[in-house]
Design a protein around this ligand. Structure first.
Ligand SMILES: *Cc1c(COP(=O)(O)O)cnc(C)c1O
Length: 363
Protein backbone atom coordinates (compact mmCIF):
# COMPACT_ATOMS: atom_id res chain seq x y z
CA UNK A 1 0.00 0.00 0.00
CA UNK A 2 1.13 3.58 -0.69
CA UNK A 3 1.95 4.47 2.89
CA UNK A 4 4.35 1.53 3.06
CA UNK A 5 6.08 2.68 -0.12
CA UNK A 6 6.50 6.21 1.29
CA UNK A 7 8.13 5.14 4.52
CA UNK A 8 10.15 2.25 3.13
CA UNK A 9 11.78 4.62 0.61
CA UNK A 10 12.73 6.95 3.46
CA UNK A 11 13.98 4.07 5.57
CA UNK A 12 16.19 2.94 2.69
CA UNK A 13 17.69 6.40 2.70
CA UNK A 14 18.84 5.65 6.20
CA UNK A 15 21.25 3.34 4.36
CA UNK A 16 23.49 6.37 4.18
CA UNK A 17 24.41 4.64 7.43
CA UNK A 18 26.95 2.63 5.46
CA UNK A 19 28.79 5.79 4.43
CA UNK A 20 31.26 7.77 6.48
CA UNK A 21 29.12 10.90 6.20
CA UNK A 22 25.75 9.26 6.78
CA UNK A 23 26.65 7.07 9.73
CA UNK A 24 24.94 7.90 13.03
CA UNK A 25 25.65 6.37 16.41
CA UNK A 26 23.64 7.01 19.56
CA UNK A 27 21.20 9.82 18.89
CA UNK A 28 19.55 12.13 21.40
CA UNK A 29 17.35 9.98 23.66
CA UNK A 30 14.39 12.30 23.17
CA UNK A 31 14.49 11.79 19.37
CA UNK A 32 15.48 14.10 16.52
CA UNK A 33 14.17 17.65 16.56
CA UNK A 34 12.76 17.32 13.00
CA UNK A 35 10.56 14.40 13.98
CA UNK A 36 9.31 16.12 17.16
CA UNK A 37 8.56 19.26 15.14
CA UNK A 38 6.80 17.11 12.52
CA UNK A 39 4.59 15.53 15.21
CA UNK A 40 3.66 18.94 16.62
CA UNK A 41 2.70 20.12 13.14
CA UNK A 42 0.77 16.94 12.24
CA UNK A 43 -1.09 16.27 15.50
CA UNK A 44 -0.75 19.13 18.01
CA UNK A 45 -0.92 22.30 15.96
CA UNK A 46 -2.63 25.08 17.97
CA UNK A 47 -2.63 22.94 21.12
CA UNK A 48 0.36 24.68 22.69
CA UNK A 49 2.63 21.62 22.69
CA UNK A 50 6.31 22.36 22.22
CA UNK A 51 8.70 19.96 20.45
CA UNK A 52 10.74 19.80 23.68
CA UNK A 53 7.75 18.26 25.46
CA UNK A 54 7.71 15.30 23.05
CA UNK A 55 9.73 12.12 23.63
CA UNK A 56 10.14 9.72 20.70
CA UNK A 57 10.11 6.06 21.68
CA UNK A 58 9.98 2.49 20.42
CA UNK A 59 6.21 2.39 21.04
CA UNK A 60 3.40 3.42 23.36
CA UNK A 61 3.38 0.09 25.19
CA UNK A 62 7.06 0.56 26.04
CA UNK A 63 6.28 4.07 27.29
CA UNK A 64 3.49 2.74 29.52
CA UNK A 65 5.97 0.60 31.46
CA UNK A 66 8.42 3.53 31.64
CA UNK A 67 5.63 5.67 33.08
CA UNK A 68 4.86 2.98 35.66
CA UNK A 69 8.55 2.97 36.52
CA UNK A 70 8.42 6.75 36.86
CA UNK A 71 5.52 6.65 39.32
CA UNK A 72 6.67 3.53 41.16
CA UNK A 73 4.86 0.81 43.12
CA UNK A 74 3.41 3.00 45.86
CA UNK A 75 0.93 4.97 43.79
CA UNK A 76 -2.73 4.11 43.30
CA UNK A 77 -4.03 3.98 39.75
CA UNK A 78 -7.32 3.81 37.87
CA UNK A 79 -7.93 2.23 34.47
CA UNK A 80 -10.99 1.80 32.29
CA UNK A 81 -12.55 -1.64 32.40
CA UNK A 82 -12.34 -2.96 29.71
CA UNK A 83 -9.18 -1.46 28.24
CA UNK A 84 -5.80 -2.17 26.67
CA UNK A 85 -4.30 -4.73 29.09
CA UNK A 86 -0.87 -3.08 29.31
CA UNK A 87 -1.98 -0.47 31.90
CA UNK A 88 -3.06 -2.94 34.56
CA UNK A 89 -0.48 -5.60 33.68
CA UNK A 90 2.48 -3.19 33.89
CA UNK A 91 1.18 -1.84 37.18
CA UNK A 92 1.23 -5.39 38.52
CA UNK A 93 4.80 -5.77 37.23
CA UNK A 94 5.93 -2.76 39.22
CA UNK A 95 4.18 -4.08 42.32
CA UNK A 96 0.70 -2.54 42.48
CA UNK A 97 -0.76 -5.97 42.96
CA UNK A 98 -4.08 -5.51 44.70
CA UNK A 99 -7.19 -4.82 42.70
CA UNK A 100 -10.23 -2.76 43.59
CA UNK A 101 -13.55 -3.46 42.05
CA UNK A 102 -16.43 -1.25 43.13
CA UNK A 103 -18.92 -4.14 42.80
CA UNK A 104 -17.04 -6.24 45.33
CA UNK A 105 -15.96 -3.30 47.49
CA UNK A 106 -12.40 -4.62 47.69
CA UNK A 107 -9.81 -1.92 48.00
CA UNK A 108 -6.30 -2.04 46.67
CA UNK A 109 -4.06 0.02 44.44
CA UNK A 110 -5.83 -0.53 41.13
CA UNK A 111 -9.28 0.95 40.58
CA UNK A 112 -11.28 -0.39 37.64
CA UNK A 113 -13.50 2.25 36.07
CA UNK A 114 -16.27 0.24 34.49
CA UNK A 115 -16.95 1.59 30.99
CA UNK A 116 -19.80 -0.35 29.40
CA UNK A 117 -22.94 0.43 27.35
CA UNK A 118 -24.89 0.81 30.64
CA UNK A 119 -22.94 3.96 31.56
CA UNK A 120 -22.32 5.09 28.00
CA UNK A 121 -18.69 3.92 28.35
CA UNK A 122 -17.79 6.69 30.80
CA UNK A 123 -17.39 6.27 34.56
CA UNK A 124 -19.50 8.09 37.12
CA UNK A 125 -16.64 10.18 38.52
CA UNK A 126 -18.67 11.21 41.56
CA UNK A 127 -18.43 7.59 42.71
CA UNK A 128 -14.76 7.09 41.92
CA UNK A 129 -12.16 7.20 44.68
CA UNK A 130 -9.11 9.43 44.26
CA UNK A 131 -6.09 7.76 42.64
CA UNK A 132 -2.61 9.09 41.90
CA UNK A 133 -2.77 8.14 38.22
CA UNK A 134 -5.65 7.60 35.79
CA UNK A 135 -5.05 5.66 32.56
CA UNK A 136 -7.58 6.68 29.95
CA UNK A 137 -7.71 5.44 26.36
CA UNK A 138 -9.89 7.24 23.80
CA UNK A 139 -10.91 5.98 21.26
CA UNK A 140 -10.85 2.96 23.51
CA UNK A 141 -9.35 -0.39 22.68
CA UNK A 142 -11.41 -2.65 22.68
CA UNK A 143 -14.79 -0.86 22.82
CA UNK A 144 -14.11 1.88 20.28
CA UNK A 145 -15.92 4.28 22.66
CA UNK A 146 -14.70 7.86 22.36
CA UNK A 147 -15.01 10.42 25.13
CA UNK A 148 -16.83 13.63 24.33
CA UNK A 149 -15.39 17.07 25.03
CA UNK A 150 -17.69 17.42 28.04
CA UNK A 151 -16.62 14.08 29.47
CA UNK A 152 -12.94 14.94 29.05
CA UNK A 153 -13.54 18.31 30.70
CA UNK A 154 -15.03 16.42 33.64
CA UNK A 155 -12.05 14.07 33.71
CA UNK A 156 -9.54 16.94 33.69
CA UNK A 157 -11.47 18.74 36.46
CA UNK A 158 -11.59 15.50 38.49
CA UNK A 159 -7.81 15.03 38.11
CA UNK A 160 -7.16 18.64 39.04
CA UNK A 161 -9.35 18.46 42.13
CA UNK A 162 -7.65 15.26 43.31
CA UNK A 163 -4.08 16.03 42.28
CA UNK A 164 -4.11 13.02 39.95
CA UNK A 165 -2.11 12.60 36.74
CA UNK A 166 -3.97 11.37 33.64
CA UNK A 167 -2.09 9.13 31.20
CA UNK A 168 -4.09 9.57 28.02
CA UNK A 169 -3.60 7.00 25.25
CA UNK A 170 -4.51 8.40 21.85
CA UNK A 171 -3.20 5.51 19.71
CA UNK A 172 -6.43 5.49 17.64
CA UNK A 173 -7.03 9.25 17.33
CA UNK A 174 -6.39 9.09 13.59
CA UNK A 175 -9.46 6.84 13.14
CA UNK A 176 -11.88 9.40 14.54
CA UNK A 177 -14.57 10.61 12.20
CA UNK A 178 -16.55 12.85 14.57
CA UNK A 179 -15.40 16.01 16.29
CA UNK A 180 -14.70 14.57 19.73
CA UNK A 181 -11.23 15.64 20.94
CA UNK A 182 -8.35 13.81 19.28
CA UNK A 183 -5.91 14.88 21.99
CA UNK A 184 -6.41 15.53 25.71
CA UNK A 185 -4.66 18.88 25.16
CA UNK A 186 -7.78 20.12 23.36
CA UNK A 187 -9.18 20.47 26.89
CA UNK A 188 -8.21 23.69 28.70
CA UNK A 189 -6.10 22.95 31.76
CA UNK A 190 -5.01 19.49 30.54
CA UNK A 191 -1.37 20.61 30.36
CA UNK A 192 -1.33 20.74 34.17
CA UNK A 193 -2.73 17.24 34.69
CA UNK A 194 -2.09 15.03 31.66
CA UNK A 195 0.56 13.04 29.86
CA UNK A 196 -0.36 11.76 26.39
CA UNK A 197 1.10 8.67 24.78
CA UNK A 198 0.61 7.62 21.18
CA UNK A 199 2.07 5.47 18.47
CA UNK A 200 2.72 4.96 14.77
CA UNK A 201 1.58 1.32 15.14
CA UNK A 202 -2.07 1.86 14.21
CA UNK A 203 -1.44 5.14 12.38
CA UNK A 204 0.84 3.64 9.73
CA UNK A 205 1.18 -0.08 10.43
CA UNK A 206 4.41 0.34 12.44
CA UNK A 207 3.59 -2.58 14.76
CA UNK A 208 6.81 -4.29 13.66
CA UNK A 209 8.82 -1.18 12.73
CA UNK A 210 8.32 0.20 16.31
CA UNK A 211 7.85 3.93 16.83
CA UNK A 212 5.77 5.94 19.26
CA UNK A 213 5.88 9.07 21.36
CA UNK A 214 4.88 10.54 24.71
CA UNK A 215 4.03 14.14 25.51
CA UNK A 216 4.91 15.50 28.96
CA UNK A 217 3.95 19.19 29.33
CA UNK A 218 6.33 21.48 31.21
CA UNK A 219 3.54 22.57 33.63
CA UNK A 220 2.87 19.05 34.90
CA UNK A 221 4.13 18.74 38.49
CA UNK A 222 4.36 16.09 41.17
CA UNK A 223 2.68 16.92 44.47
CA UNK A 224 5.99 18.28 45.82
CA UNK A 225 6.04 20.77 42.95
CA UNK A 226 8.89 19.21 40.97
CA UNK A 227 8.39 18.92 37.19
CA UNK A 228 7.39 15.49 35.87
CA UNK A 229 9.15 16.15 32.54
CA UNK A 230 12.55 16.22 34.25
CA UNK A 231 12.04 12.83 35.88
CA UNK A 232 10.53 11.27 32.76
CA UNK A 233 13.57 12.44 30.81
CA UNK A 234 15.76 10.80 33.44
CA UNK A 235 13.84 7.50 33.35
CA UNK A 236 13.97 7.50 29.55
CA UNK A 237 17.70 8.25 29.35
CA UNK A 238 18.42 5.59 31.95
CA UNK A 239 16.36 2.80 30.40
CA UNK A 240 16.47 3.65 26.70
CA UNK A 241 18.96 4.82 24.09
CA UNK A 242 16.46 6.17 21.60
CA UNK A 243 14.30 4.63 18.86
CA UNK A 244 16.13 3.05 15.92
CA UNK A 245 17.31 5.65 13.40
CA UNK A 246 15.75 3.53 10.64
CA UNK A 247 12.25 3.63 12.18
CA UNK A 248 12.67 7.35 12.92
CA UNK A 249 13.38 7.92 9.21
CA UNK A 250 10.07 6.13 8.53
CA UNK A 251 8.29 8.29 11.13
CA UNK A 252 9.60 11.44 9.51
CA UNK A 253 8.14 10.26 6.19
CA UNK A 254 4.78 9.63 7.89
CA UNK A 255 4.45 13.19 9.21
CA UNK A 256 5.30 14.74 5.82
CA UNK A 257 2.31 15.94 3.81
CA UNK A 258 2.75 13.06 1.34
CA UNK A 259 2.95 10.59 4.23
CA UNK A 260 -0.14 11.98 5.97
CA UNK A 261 -2.12 11.80 2.76
CA UNK A 262 -1.17 8.13 2.29
CA UNK A 263 -2.00 7.43 5.94
CA UNK A 264 -5.49 8.92 5.63
CA UNK A 265 -6.14 6.72 2.59
CA UNK A 266 -5.02 3.61 4.46
CA UNK A 267 -7.11 4.54 7.50
CA UNK A 268 -10.09 5.01 5.17
CA UNK A 269 -9.58 1.47 3.88
CA UNK A 270 -9.68 0.01 7.40
CA UNK A 271 -12.68 2.16 8.30
CA UNK A 272 -14.55 0.60 5.39
CA UNK A 273 -13.58 -2.86 6.71
CA UNK A 274 -14.93 -1.82 10.11
CA UNK A 275 -18.19 -0.65 8.57
CA UNK A 276 -18.63 -3.98 6.76
CA UNK A 277 -18.00 -5.92 9.98
CA UNK A 278 -20.35 -3.81 12.06
CA UNK A 279 -23.10 -3.99 9.46
CA UNK A 280 -22.80 -7.79 9.40
CA UNK A 281 -23.09 -8.19 13.17
CA UNK A 282 -25.95 -5.66 13.21
CA UNK A 283 -27.82 -7.54 10.49
CA UNK A 284 -27.47 -10.75 12.50
CA UNK A 285 -29.24 -9.06 15.39
CA UNK A 286 -26.28 -8.53 17.72
CA UNK A 287 -25.79 -5.53 19.95
CA UNK A 288 -22.69 -3.79 18.55
CA UNK A 289 -20.61 -0.83 19.70
CA UNK A 290 -17.61 1.11 18.44
CA UNK A 291 -16.65 0.87 14.81
CA UNK A 292 -17.02 4.57 14.13
CA UNK A 293 -13.84 6.01 15.62
CA UNK A 294 -11.72 2.89 15.93
CA UNK A 295 -10.81 -0.13 13.78
CA UNK A 296 -12.68 -2.44 16.15
CA UNK A 297 -16.27 -3.57 16.62
CA UNK A 298 -17.31 -4.52 20.16
CA UNK A 299 -20.04 -7.15 20.14
CA UNK A 300 -22.23 -8.26 23.00
CA UNK A 301 -23.50 -11.82 23.00
CA UNK A 302 -26.92 -12.57 24.41
CA UNK A 303 -27.42 -14.25 27.76
CA UNK A 304 -24.40 -14.36 29.97
CA UNK A 305 -22.11 -16.40 27.74
CA UNK A 306 -18.45 -16.34 28.61
CA UNK A 307 -16.37 -14.49 26.06
CA UNK A 308 -13.95 -17.43 25.86
CA UNK A 309 -16.86 -19.75 24.93
CA UNK A 310 -17.97 -17.33 22.21
CA UNK A 311 -14.37 -17.10 20.98
CA UNK A 312 -14.16 -20.92 20.87
CA UNK A 313 -17.43 -21.27 19.00
CA UNK A 314 -16.47 -18.75 16.30
CA UNK A 315 -13.02 -20.31 15.98
CA UNK A 316 -14.23 -23.89 15.81
CA UNK A 317 -17.30 -23.41 13.64
CA UNK A 318 -16.16 -20.59 11.35
CA UNK A 319 -12.34 -20.65 11.55
CA UNK A 320 -12.30 -16.98 12.49
CA UNK A 321 -10.09 -15.53 15.22
CA UNK A 322 -11.73 -12.87 17.37
CA UNK A 323 -10.55 -11.49 20.70
CA UNK A 324 -12.42 -12.51 23.86
CA UNK A 325 -13.57 -9.43 25.74
CA UNK A 326 -12.50 -10.86 29.10
CA UNK A 327 -8.86 -10.36 28.07
CA UNK A 328 -9.42 -6.60 28.44
CA UNK A 329 -10.69 -6.78 32.01
CA UNK A 330 -13.61 -8.22 34.00
CA UNK A 331 -16.02 -5.79 32.28
CA UNK A 332 -15.28 -7.43 28.91
CA UNK A 333 -17.07 -10.64 29.87
CA UNK A 334 -19.85 -11.49 27.42
CA UNK A 335 -18.29 -9.50 24.58
CA UNK A 336 -15.86 -10.17 21.75
CA UNK A 337 -13.78 -7.71 19.75
CA UNK A 338 -13.61 -7.94 15.95
CA UNK A 339 -10.65 -6.27 14.28
CA UNK A 340 -10.72 -4.58 10.87
CA UNK A 341 -6.99 -5.01 10.26
CA UNK A 342 -7.22 -7.49 7.39
CA UNK A 343 -7.40 -7.77 3.62
CA UNK A 344 -10.79 -6.87 2.17
CA UNK A 345 -11.37 -10.34 0.71
CA UNK A 346 -10.73 -11.92 4.13
CA UNK A 347 -13.20 -9.53 5.76
CA UNK A 348 -15.85 -10.42 3.16
CA UNK A 349 -15.15 -14.13 3.61
CA UNK A 350 -15.46 -13.73 7.39
CA UNK A 351 -18.82 -11.96 7.07
CA UNK A 352 -20.14 -14.81 4.91
CA UNK A 353 -19.04 -17.42 7.43
CA UNK A 354 -20.57 -15.42 10.28
CA UNK A 355 -23.84 -15.25 8.37
CA UNK A 356 -23.95 -19.01 7.93
CA UNK A 357 -23.02 -19.52 11.60
CA UNK A 358 -25.52 -17.08 13.11
CA UNK A 359 -27.98 -16.40 10.28
CA UNK A 360 -30.45 -19.07 11.41
CA UNK A 361 -30.52 -18.03 15.06
CA UNK A 362 -32.37 -15.11 16.49
CA UNK A 363 -30.10 -13.17 18.76
C1 LIG B 1 -1.83 -1.11 19.88
C2 LIG B 1 -1.94 -0.14 20.99
C3 LIG B 1 -0.82 0.60 21.40
C4 LIG B 1 0.45 0.48 20.61
O1 LIG B 1 1.56 0.22 21.28
P1 LIG B 1 2.94 0.18 20.51
O2 LIG B 1 3.86 -0.28 21.58
O3 LIG B 1 3.22 1.58 20.06
O4 LIG B 1 2.83 -0.77 19.35
C5 LIG B 1 -0.96 1.50 22.44
N1 LIG B 1 -2.15 1.68 23.04
C6 LIG B 1 -3.23 1.01 22.64
C7 LIG B 1 -4.52 1.29 23.29
C8 LIG B 1 -3.16 0.06 21.62
O5 LIG B 1 -4.24 -0.61 21.26
Amino acid sequence: MKVTIVYVVHMQRAHGLSTLKGYTGYGSEQGPKELREGLVKAFYSDLGIDKDEIFISDGAKCDVIRLQLLFGPDVTMAAQDPSYPAYVDTSVLVGQTQGYYPDTQQYGKIVYMKCLPENNFFPDLSKMPRTDTIFFCSPNNPTGATATRKQLEELVAFAKKNGSIIIYDSAYAIYMSDDHPKSIYEIPGAREVAIETSSFSKVAGFTGVRLGWTVVPAELRFQDGSPVIKDFNRVLCTTFNGASNISQAGGLACVSSEGLEAIHKMVGFYKENTRILKETFDSLGFETYGGQNAPYVWIRFPGSQSSWNIFDEILEKADIVTTPGRGFGPGGEGFIRASAFAHREDIIEATQRLKSLYGGKSN
